[in-house]
Design a protein around this ligand. Sequence first.
Ligand code: ADP
Ligand code: MG
Length: 736
Amino acid sequence: MMKTVTKNTLDDSVQYLKSVGPKRAESFSKIGIRTIRDLLLYFPSRHLDRTTVLTAAKAFGYLMNGYDGELTVIGKVFEKEKKRFGKREILKVQFRDETGFFECVWFQGTKYFYSVFNEGETFAISSKPDKSKYGALQFIHPDFDKISEEENSFLNTGKIIPFYRIPKELRSGNIGDLSLRRILSLAVENYVEQIEETLPGEIIIQNKLINLPEAIRNYHFPESTEKLNSAKKRFKFEELFYLELLVALRKQNYQSKLIGNKMSIKTNLVNNFLKTLPFELTNAQLKVLGEIKNDLLSEKPMNRLLQGDVGSGKTIVSLIAMLIAVDNGFQAAIMAPTEILADQHAKNISAMMKKLQDQYPGSEYKVTLLLGGQKKLERDKRLQEIELQESDIIVGTHALFEEKVKYKNLGLVVIDEQHRFGVRQRAKLQSKGITPEVLVMSATPIPRTISMTIYGDLDISVIDEMPKNRKPIKTVLRGERKLPEIFRFIIDKKKEGYQIFIVYPLVEESDKLELKAAETFYEELSKTHLKNLKLGLIHGRMPWQEKEEKMLLFLKKEFDVLVSTTVIEVGIDIPDANIILINDAHRFGLSQLHQLRGRVGRSDKQAYCILVTKDEIVQYNIQQQLELDYLSSAMIEKYKSAIRLQTMVKTNNGFEIAETDLRLRGPGDIFSTKQSGFPDLKYADVIHDAELISLTKNIAFDVINKDPSLESPSNQIVRKNLIKHYSDNLQYAKIA
Ligand code: ADP
Ligand code: MG
């Protein structure tokens, strides 16, 4: 420890730190580091452990002995060359240390990397080693850090060295690796003990965490790899614990607002309705219906997520829930993501209500459709129906939640495909003074870790079984070369009464992406391969009414083939459309492909999903999804499309697909925490930290169950920290 007297506090500006001053402080502030506390929490992006650095000769020995993990070698650049192979350029950089040579190879970004490695400079290279064609030690697309002479001698001290992200704002303020390291080491020495603990002592002890000052110290300058891992774990734990506290508080916030619309089964309405259905509900549908019914019949307001694959029959389940509400004298509303889908819901529900009325005279229920684009006169009429409670079931888009809509007695809201709406909608309703029961439905199964975090305030019901008459869809992956054969297959199947969707990724030709436009291909197909079939075209630029008209013509078999862009993602059930051909399938995301595939297979006929992509992608040989962890990020990038497509071939299971999607897209990309009103994760991630998520969830929910308003002395630390650091996220989670 240095023997300086520290007069400043953690909340003082970094400028008072030795070797910072006003100028550098200005640079720090550009990246959000203002106080000493901020600086202490600016952690390294990686560390280099001197104890794992090998000489070139040793590393080569490891390779020859079959070593299969990562290792680090430090060497000086002595030669670099770019080579051309046809269209491809590769970069080879030769390094040496006092024991021998090794080389690094880049296939991508060669121009950039060429400029990074200059003769005489020293780098630490970390990667899985390979053997070159000539038997030399080789690294392909390795991680690397440039090392100065000074650092090189420092590294020889056998310590674990932190490497920080140095954005250009810092560089231009004359702050580089070395100076930042020096500034931080002073800051840690002099100030870390001042930092206040943010977790209750009991939780720290029970979970064998290290305390906050120790964690900060070891995150920067670890005494050992174990200490570094403990430090990282402590920050992940803390972050997840507070996230789960917010989740628990939000959940409790809904539940404590008892609105007393405790419903009951009043009449035979639901039973009668079930008798009018041409099918029996699956066991899974019955199970989730039971869960929903429990919520409705209890005083606790429902706040439930209904998950089920495309075509698993969520809509019927939600309609039955709506009928229970209606049976109790309430209005029920269902919100769809698009106008075409809202219109379809309205038509389907009206038809079912008509059937009910025919079979059980007297049971008359009014269905009202509310859309954004309706004419004023018509809209006013519908608004009035809603306000006067002539409408029992109200179907619409987000227009349902606009200011002007005044519900007489809204008891239940169903939100279909909630991914696109987020949780804010519920808050909007509540701000209108309405606290209805809420059922959100999602066809994209949500991976477990995500349903424990940003959806953790919802109760979850899963329909995990398809209606019995469904055969699993056969999915195949074919190269473009096979298209003529595929068209012959389509022509044959048409003779058996099949209808076919043909999907293209974009509407208009885009030279840049070389995508095939639906319009061009519609013309071409009509003239060539499919000239004896009747073709229709539907695309994203059409007004929804026109799309719907086309879909209805397709349903009536006016067309054999519907050429389309992704607009058929949601839409009308076409029972005889049992083939879907997806072109340029590598352009689609996994869940989008799964959604598209869900358009077929809605009858007892064998359905087919034919994914067409570039021939070379078909040939990529991807092993088990599990092995993703062992591929380098560059490889994953390269194989991502192939992995997506082969996952589609391998499984029809939406959950498996969602998990793979999560891994491929990475934790930051798959869901917007912002939209959810929860903070972003900085340390933990929903792919690798599943166990910690589950653990912190239990602990946080336990804390809130025992002490809902965080009043007990041991929870004051939690309460203070929530208010201090999470005030933005507390809007749906009041702590008194
Ligand atoms: P989801 O909304 O989950 O994608 P839908 O509710 O639209 O699925 O159901 C898809 C189709 O399956 C609809 O035509 C629906 O009438 C039908 N369906 C729903 N439940 C069953 C069932 N238990 N047995 C047979 N068909 C069903
Ligand atoms: Mg649906």
